[in-house]
Write a protein that binds this ligand. Structure first.
Ligand SMILES: [Zn+2]
Length: 401
């Protein structure tokens, strides 16, 4: 007998003007043994492809090895974005019709505005739940909260449905958010432009996230800025704040065995550079995910003893972007993962603005140096840059573990 069964859903997420439909595939592996619900998606930014190979390798692993709980995979989660080719390049990152970043379109479902819109008020839900259940357990709280969350998202999706489909911008995101809403762990697979491997990790989950063994950690505050990871932990941050403030004795007993009530652990994992896949690299990338899932009781010991790298981390405020000081051709002096010191040369810009009165050379040059020491996390995919274009993103004054 197999140690799991699997389910497959094909969900329509869009239609083109000529009537073709866009679908996403949702693959659930369900273990015979109870355990956490893990949600994993890739390619919400359509050019960020490596996560799909990692999903392939993870499913291969779980087909052959025991695990606990339910594992939900959504590869190629944004067909419109991945199909949007411009020449050989995949546009991918922004909705071409609205210009919005596909990973800033999720719903802050318990923001005051959205609570008014849906009528699902977290405070009255929690007041009633705690009043009617004097000895509410943590597991009961999680169970009830997940149900409430899904209903709120479904209500949001129906809002104004008399006027047609939910607006095209954000529609896909809402569908993905509903699929992830019941998960205990959410992993959103991305890549940078030309990038190293790194992870966005919320402050509350930093200690646990060290189990991944990523070389670089960006530690983000518990605030909503529209990304999937934030959309998944925000409801629980509201819940934690509210119970702590308004039901302190219940909070004390519910947190007797834990630090807080932020239940869902959600992370954005960045697997290198966009536009490419590597099946070989996916074996190493998979090891990062399995190392973490092992510590969450989902799979058995993972035996790939890849060296644990020195881990560099910084708070999000130290994740700095260097913007081009002019328009021109950019010679990048550092590669993703390179460490640099203050005043090291980051890039040289070649401006086509010579007046030719004294020299036939077309370019004036300008070299930009680092303000502080740091590590290169990513740089732009192109050497043709406009004034103010993103050139580098760096971890400034990193700390090491
Ligand atoms: Zn991305």
């Amino acid at each position: 007998m197999s140690h799991f069964k699997f389910e497959h859903q094909k969900i329509e997420v869009g239609q083109t003007p000529t009537g073709e439909k866009h679908f996403i595939n949702v693959i659930d592996l369900i273990s015979n043994e109870d355990g956490p619900f893990v949600y994993i998606q890739s390619s919400v930014h359509g050019a960020e492809l490596q996560g799909n190979m990692v999903i392939q390798k993870l499913i291969e692993y779980f087909q052959a090895n025991p695990f606990k709980g339910r594992l939900r995979f959504v590869p190629l989660a944004n067909p419109e974005a991945t199909n949007h080719k411009m020449g050989q390049y995949t546009y991918g990152r922004f909705n071409p019709q609205t210009g919005h970043n596909w990973n800033r379109n999720y719903i802050d479902i318990f923001s005051p505005t959205n609570q008014k819109k849906t009528g699902f008020e977290l405070s009255s839900f929690l007041d009633t739940l705690l009043k009617n259940n004097a000895s509410l357990t943590y597991d009961q709280l999680i169970f009830e909260m997940k149900k409430f969350l899904l209903k709120a998202l479904e209500k949001y999706a129906q809002f104004d449905s008399n006027y047609g489909s939910p607006a095209q911008n954000g529609r896909l995101n809402l569908e993905l958010q509903k699929l992830a809403s019941q998960a205990d762990i959410v992993l959103d697979f991305h890549t940078g432009p030309i990038a190293t491997r790194y992870i966005y990790c919320p402050e509350y989950a930093f200690d646990r996230a060290l189990a991944f063994g990523f070389p670089h950690y960006l530690v983000i505050p518990h605030e909503f800025a529209g990304a999937m990871d934030e959309a998944c932990f925000s409801p629980w941050v509201y819940l934690d704040d509210y119970i702590k403030s308004y039901h302190p004795s219940a909070y004390k007993s519910l947190t007797a065995e834990r630090e807080n009530l932020i239940h869902t652990q959600s992370f954005t994992l960045e697997f290198g550079s966009e536009e490419f896949i590597s099946y070989i690299d996916a074996i190493k990338d998979r090891a990062l995910v399995l190392n973490y899932l092992k510590t969450q009781g989902i799979c058995e010991a993972w035996s790939d003893k890849s060296e644990t790298p020195e881990i560099a981390w910084c708070p999000l405020e130290n994740f700095k972007t260097y913007y081009s000081v002019g328009g021109g051709l950019c010679d990048y002096h550092l590669r993703p993962g390179d460490r640099f010191d203050k005043n090291d040369k980051l890039y040289t810009l070649y401006h086509l603005n010579n007046d030719y009165s004294n020299s036939p050379l077309p370019f004036q040059t300008q070299t930009v140096e680092a303000n502080e020491s740091g590590i290169v996390i990513n740089h732009s995919t192109s050497s043709a840059v406009t004034l103010g274009a993103e050139v580098y993103q760096v971890m400034e004054n990193p700390r090491f573990i």
